[in-house]
Design a protein around this ligand. Structure first.
Ligand code: CA
Ligand code: ZN
Length: 300
């Protein structure tokens, strides 16, 4: 199996970058990723004062997917996530939802170990892990988009559902798609209110495919239980609106239901949920149970 190391990372998704690896449709690869601080916070002595901010949010890539052309859909199945043994988290003045509560400039950070499958937040609390990929996407059609920002191309969506067993569908905008991922979290709450999750290095196992029989404008996610659309916009309202409309666009011709019935069904069964509310654009998802969709013959 091809292994792609974290020797070469990108800080913006761009169609002008040289690929670091080539992958064929159907191929499974392992990819090692640095944490969002480029692994700069390792010991209690490492502080934000010395942090190289230009090195935040690295994503390993770009990876050229053979046969992926503009207008296709890149299918990425997340087979496994293997986490490092320590996480870092941070918050501070002007950061996240509570940035107003810190009177002084500067950032606070903490480290915590992962032991026997639990995150030991302190000597009182051991948290279950819910590994997820924060930054995952392809090169956008136009100008480069830095890895801190989400969008149609994916990027910094911080969607807690992008974890093991999920399949992500991304709109291909350039030859080879130029895929990259990074910014893994051992666990994160919806919203990521303090501006970080449990930031951690990792090795992910992904299987790629190229679909030519459908198009998507924004990322779509599927797991055992649900099907969801993901959208990013300047406000959570706009992002939620986009995610719901994206879902309706997909389902309109695939369920046999008249539009009004479909909307009523989605109103009864679909959940608008927050991915993150702290990045330059906000990200929301609209989640519909597969059981409901299967009843109406939906296939994807
Ligand atoms: Ca992130
Ligand atoms: Zn992160």
């Amino acid at each position: 199996m091809l292994h792609i190391s974290d020797d070469r990372v990108l800080f913006a998704f761009s169609k002008d970058l040289e690929p670091i690896a080539h992958v064929r449709p159907g191929e499974t690869v392992t990819i090692t990723t640095k944490d969002c601080f480029s692994n700069q916070l390792q010991t209690p002595e490492d502080s934000f004062d010395n942090l190289d901010w230009d090195a935040t949010n690295p994503a390993t890539g770009p990876i050229f997917i053979e046969g992926a052309h503009p207008g296709d859909v890149l299918k990425v199945r997340i087979d496994a996530i293997e986490l490092a043994h320590q996480m870092a988290a941070c918050t501070g003045r002007g950061e996240g939802v509570c940035g107003d509560l810190f009177p002084q400039d500067g950032m606070s950070s903490m480290l915590a170990p992962i032991i026997d499958g639990k995150l030991h937040f302190d000597d009182k609390l051991a948290l279950d892990l819910k590994p997820m990929i924060g930054v995952i996407g392809v090169a956008p059609e136009g100008a480069p988009i830095n890895c801190g920002t989400p969008g149609h191309h994916g990027g910094n969506m911080d969607d807690t559902m992008i974890g093991e067993g999920a399949t992500l569908y991304l709109p291909v905008a350039t030859e080879g798609a130029l895929f990259a991922c990074g910014d893994l979290h051992a666990v994160m709450g919806d919203g990521e209110i303090g501006v970080s999750g449990a930031e951690i290095a990792a090795t992910v196992t992904l299987t790629f495919d190229v679909l030519t029989d459908r198009t998507v404008e924004d990322p779509v996610l599927e797991n055992d239980r649900s099907f969801s659309t993901i959208a990013s916009a300047p406000t959570m309202d706009e992002a939620a609106d986009m995610a719901v409309h994206a879902m309706v666009d997909i389902l309109r011709d695939r369920t046999g239901l008249p539009l009004d019935r479909l909307i009523m069904l989605l109103s009864l069964t679909g959940d608008v949920q927050v991915c993150q509310m702290v990045d330059p654009l906000r990200t929301m998802r609209f989640v519909v149970p597969k059981r409901v969709l299967r009843t109406y013959g939906f296939t994807w």
